[in-house]
Design a protein around this ligand. Structure first.
Ligand code: KIV
Length: 279
């Protein structure tokens, strides 16, 4: 079934949990789409898991568009959400609308995601008014790593918890159709989920959210640079890949690959004539 902003919102009212994963390429997008994942996120985690950057701060609009367009070509039914990279929306409302528009026109996104609470509500309002659906992102917001002082759980004090709840309500009022809650204590995320009418998508925010999102390299056990507590490995694809790479190396070295099965034939006549001409 084709997912839209409306079907995703309906899931909350129907008490149906929402599944979301990150994705950065055509092949993986097809695999996810074929098994009916609800939403695909071209996250700016692209910077960490694909481009090898230290954080998401360096990710550019061009990089997001390039990968979003590839994912879009492999996505038929899942709702495609694309991250707005650092400084593509914080600078001004007009930059935000223009850049969200580029992600839709050039990256073929169906919605954009941006980080922040009350301070980015003018942007959320303006982008939504331009007919571009917006997903919010609260809690641990990786683009603000330098002001947050590292990757830490957010909302643990009374003041911080109240601020997070106020931000969630503000993002909803500004027109967001859903909001990611990252690294938020489970009971606080559950409370926020009950207090707002738009779906909450948790990552390190416990089971009380309306949906869950993970970086796919994390959940497949492919990314080892760091492993947050909230990640579960649903497969050991990294190990399976390394075993296959090792077997390939061995087969090439000892001449067991390729065999006749992977080779192309030519007629005996042509070969005989060729060899005759060479002598
Ligand atoms: O960039 C990303 O992958 C994200 C998810 C972690 C929600 O924003």
């Amino acid at each position: 079934m084709k997912q839209t902003v409306q079907t995703i919102r309906e899931k909350k009212t129907q008490g149906e949990r929402i599944s979301m994963l990150t994705c950065y390429d055509y092949t993986t997008a097809k695999l996810m789409d074929e098994v009916n994942l609800d939403m695909i996120l071209v996250g700016d985690s692209l910077g960490n898991v694909i481009l090898g950057y230290e954080d998401t701060v360096s990710v550019t609009m061009e990089e997001m568009i390039h990968h979003a367009a590839a994912v879009a070509r492999g996505t038929k039914n899942a709702l495609l959400v694309v991250d707005m990279p650092f400084l593509s929306y914080q600078t001004s409302v007009s930059d935000a609308v223009k850049n969200a528009g580029r992600l839709m026109k050039e990256g073929r996104a169906k919605a954009v995601k941006l980080e922040g609470g009350e301070e980015v509500c003018p942007q959320i309002e303006a982008i939504t008014k331009a007919s571009i659906p917006v997903m919010g992102h609260l809690g641990m917001t990786p683009q603000s790593v330098n002001t947050l002082g590292g990757f830490k759980v957010q909302g643990k004090t009374l003041t911080a918890a109240k601020k997070l709840l106020a931000d969630a309500k503000a993002v909803e009022d500004a027109g967001a159709f859903a909001v990611v809650l990252e690294c938020v204590p489970e009971r606080l995320a559950t409370l926020i989920t009950k207090q707002i009418s738009i779906p909450t998508i948790g990552i390190g925010a416990g089971a009380g959210c309306d949906g869950q999102v993970l970086v796919y390299q994390d959940m497949l056990g492919m990314f080892k640079d760091y492993q947050p507590k909230f990640v579960q490995h649903f497969a050991q694809v990294g190990e399976a890949m390394q075993t296959a790479f090792q077997e390939y190396i061995q087969a090439v070295r000892n001449g067991n690959f390729p065999t006749e099965k992977q080779s192309y034939a030519i007629s005996d006549d042509v070969m005989a004539q060729l060899e005759e001409e060479l002598v």
